[in-house]
Design a binder for this molecule. Structure first.
Ligand code: NDP
Ligand code: 8X3
Length: 249
């Protein structure tokens, strides 16, 4: 079995690669940080009797996405599960102050990047008459929160795209699952606050947030159900969080 994971250099993507590798799946791991991909590939192949293929590209670059996926050998194109995980938030500003550059990056990554990858891989699924797309949305794609504007909009788009894919790809026996996590302690906040460790750490103070492995467990469960079962969507928060704007600290 083969899984293709976007954004496997950190957080949920890395934990997902590790979880599936441990269960004997071959992994296609992707991201922009080439060294991290190399380290992870070596680690996984040393620990488990599996193959790992690395694809280094910026998901915002439509041509780079297509070229990377086209470069896969026929064997590696036998993908069973695609996890559309690569994504980010940038900034936490009110609508009038939010940076258009930040919005462009979030839209290009979280929405357009997800579409580019999926459009490139869906033909393989259609040919094999099976496949499973697992999109990582967010609680931010279920309700908006103060100063979440652009990021929330991209995750609402992931929610809508997941529903649309599920309808349109039904005749091809392709499952579509949307996984919507709440606050999880990964590199997410460090990226959002542009390297400001203090602000990033403060996000997770005063409660026990989700860990990357918690989401990898859920992805693993959804991906390993019998052929006739598809989890359409799951919203997962830590116990301290009720929804995208109510967190009990
Ligand atoms: P991390 O920052 O830990 O990991 C993000 C991953 O996305 C990295 O591997 C990064 O790889 C990749 N990525 C980002 N931009 C690009 C790009 N332009 N091209 C290719 N890869 C890219 O964050 P998380 O693991 O937390 O986030 C994963 C997903 O989960 C995101 O979609 C995020 O929005 C979502 N999410 C996160 C939550 C949280 O609280 N942590 C909660 C809900 C959803 P590299 O930098 O090497 O390119
Ligand atoms: C990430 C969780 O609460 O920062 O999607 O939007 S949150």
């Amino acid at each position: 079995m083969t899984i293709f994971i976007t954004g496997a250099t950190a957080g949920f993507g890395k934990a997902t690669a590790t979880q599936f590798a441990a269960a004997g799946w071959n992994c296609i791991i992707t991201g922009r940080r080439k060294e991290r991909l190399a380290i992870l590939a070596d680690e996984l192949m040393q620990q488990y009797p599996i193959k790992v293929h690395k694809l280094c590209f910026d998901i915002q670059d439509r041509n780079a996405v297509k070229a990377a996926i086209d470069s896969l050998s026929a064997e590696w194109k036998n993908i069973d599960v695609l996890v559309n995980n690569a994504g980010l938030a940038l900034g936490r500003d009110s609508f009038e102050n939010a940076s258009l550059d930040d919005w462009d990056t979030m839209i290009d990554t979280n929405v357009k990047g997800l579409i580019y990858v999926t459009k490139a891989i869906v033909p393989f699924f259609i040919e094999r008459k099976k496949g499973h797309i697992i999109n990582i949305g967010s609680t931010a794609g279920k309700e908006v929160y103060k100063e979440g504007n652009g990021y929330c909009a991209t995750k609402h788009a992931v929610d809508a795209l997941s529903k649309a894919m599920r309808i349109d790809l039904l005749p091809h026996h392709i499952k579509v699952t949307a996984v919507h996590p709440g606050a999880a302690e990964t590199e997410f906040s460090l990226v959002r606050y542009k390297g400001d460790n203090e602000k990033a750490n403060a996000v997770y103070e005063g409660f026990k947030a989700l860990e990357a492995k918690d989401i990898a467990d859920v992805i693993f469960y959804a991906a390993n159900l019998p052929t006739h079962i598809c989890i359409n969507e799951l919203v997962i928060t830590c116990t301290a969080q009720a929804n995208s704007f109510y967190l009990h600290k």
